[in-house]
Design a binder for this molecule. Structure first.
Ligand SMILES: [Zn+2]
Ligand SMILES: [Zn+2]
Length: 141
């Protein structure tokens, strides 16, 4: 999602300007190829803006999640993390190192609805596996 679209969405939602803090959080998520926890975002944000508070990070992440700019992931046994990709996709979770990887499957919505016989609102799928680095032992811990 590009910057101008994010700005437009926020302005539509009655926010006059994007705060510097929010801009920073968006940039951190954009520059990362991973799914970051609030703690990790806080750590990275503090490098750039030493005065930033954890509460500011939480508040912004919550607001951005509600506005659909980021997606909060709940995965059992793993700290909540934030996804810059808000389009529907599923996740692979390595049970050894906890790495989360995006996976695009054909939507299961039709299959699920046919099975249940009614419309579904949403689903979250996490596939547990052992990643190739852990399998071959190349990942340093
Ligand atoms: Zn792994
Ligand atoms: Zn993802």
């Amino acid at each position: 999602m590009d910057y101008n679209r994010i700005r437009t969405i926020l302005i539509r939602k009655g926010e006059q300007k994007m705060t510097r803090q929010r801009e920073l959080i968006i940039n951190i998520l954009k520059q990362s190829d991973r799914h970051l926890t609030a703690d990790e975002i806080f750590f990275l944000a503090k490098l750039k803006m030493p005065s930033i508070a954890m509460a500011t990070i939480y508040n912004n992440l919550n607001a951005m999640n509600e506005a659909g700019l980021v997606k909060r992931l709940h995965i059992d046994g793993v700290a909540d993390c934030f996804d810059k990709i808000v389009e529907p996709h599923d996740h692979l979770l390595c049970d050894k190192c906890g790495k989360i990887t995006d996976i695009k499957l054909h939507s299961l919505t039709d299959t699920l609805e046919a099975e249940i016989g009614t419309q579904i609102e949403d689903y979250e799928l996490t596939v547990h596996y052992v990643c190739s680095e852990c399998r071959t032992g190349t990942r340093r811990r």
